[in-house]
Design a protein around this ligand. Sequence first.
Ligand code: NAD
Ligand code: DAU
Length: 348
Amino acid sequence: MKKILITGGAGFIGSHVVRRFVTKYPAYQIFNLDALTYAGNLENIADIEQSLNYTFIKGDIVDADFVNQLFQKHQFDGVIHLAAESHVDRSITDPLAFVKTNVIGTMNLLNAAKTIWAASFEGKRFYHVSTDEVYGSLGTTGLFTETTPYDPNSPYSASKASSDHFVRAYGETYGLPYVITNCSNNYGPNHFPEKLIPLFINNIITNKSLPVYGDGNYTRDWLYVIDHAIAIDLVFHKGHNHETYNIGGFNEWRNIDLVKLLCQKMDAKLGRASGTSEQLITYVKDRPGHDLRYAIDASKINTTLGWKPSVTFEEGLEQTIDWFLANEEWLKNVTSGEYSKYYEKQYS
Ligand code: NAD
Ligand code: DAU
C-alpha cells in the first residue's frame, strides 16, 4: 500500500486529482491536505468523502510544525503538491499571501519530505504542480518548451517560479526525487468563478456585465481539467525523476474570441436569442503586467509518455457549461459571502 499526500485537493484541479487517485487506485491511501481557503470547498469532493482509502486533513502548509508532524505521523511515500494561491489578480493586491503559501508552504513540504525520506529515497516521489506562467509572456509566435528561460511577470508567477527553483534545488543538492509539470490554463467543472471562464458563465446566467481586460487580444492555451488530472496521474507513475514536463491543450484562444464563443453557447443553452449575451461584454481597465500570450509545446509528454488531450475544446466547453447549469446551487454557495466583497473591490 502506498500512502500519498495530495495538497490542495479541495480546490479546482486538486479535487479532480483526488477523485482520480481515490477511485482508480483503491490500494493507495490518499490523504488530502487543504486549508479550505476561499478557493477550497469540500463540496467539490463530496462524492468520494466516504471512500475507505481517503482521509481529509484540514491544515495550513505554511505551518512548518504542523507539516513536520503530519509527515512523521503518516510517513507518506509520495506527495502531489497542488495547494497554492492561484489567482493572478489577487496576487496583485496581496503578493505576500502568495509568498507565504506558494514559496514558504512548498519549502515546508520539501523539508518534511527530505527528513522522513532521509534513510532512502527509493520508491519516493515529490511531484510539484506548476504553471506555464513561470515562462513569462510570448509574443505573437513561438511556444513554451521545458527549456524556455523563466521570466515571471506577476507576483503569482514569481512565487510559482520561486517554488519551482526550490524543488529543483532540493533535487540537485539533496537528491530529492522530484518531478515538475508546468501546465497551461485549465477549465472545467468546479472552477472557481474568479477565473475567466467560470466568472463569465456565472455573469451570463445572472445577466451581469462581462469585464474583458484591455482590448481582449490576450491569448491563452486552454486545457480541460480532467485531461490535466490524467496527465498528473501519468507523470506521477511514469515520469522520470528530476524531469520537467509541459502540459498544454494545443488550443489557443484570444480572450475576446473565447468570450464570444461562450456567449453563443450560453444563449443556445439558456434559450436566449442569439447575440443576447454578447451585449454584456464590457471592456475594462487592463490587468497590470498582463502577459500577452501563453502557449505550450507539449511534445515531450506526448512523445515520451503518450499523453494528449482526450477531449476537444468544443466537447470540454459543452461539458463545462452543462456542469455549471446543473450545479447552480454550487455556484450560489461559492459566490455568497466573501465573494461579493472581492467582486466589488476587483470590478467596481
Ligand atoms: P485553486 O485556487 O482552485 O485551489 C487551491 C487549493 O489550495 C484550495 O483548495 C485551497 O484551500 C488550498 N490552499 C491554499 N492555500 C493553502 C495553504 N496555505 N495550505 C493548504 N491548502 C491551501 O487552485 P487550482 O486552480 O486548482 O490550482 C492548483 C495548482 O495548479 C496550483 O498550484 C496552481 O498554481 C496550479 N496550476 C493551475 C492552473 C489553472 O489554470 N488553474 C494551471 C496550471 C497550474
Ligand atoms: O496559465 C496557467 C494559469 O492560468 C494558472 O497558473 C493560474 O492559476 C490561472 O489562474 C490562470 O491564469 P490566467 O491569469 O491566465 O487566468 P484568468 O482566468 O485569470 O485570466 C485568463 C485571461 O482572461 C487573462 O488574459 C485575463 C483575462 N481576464 C480575466 C478575468 C478574471 C479578463 O479579461 N477579465 C476577467 O475578469
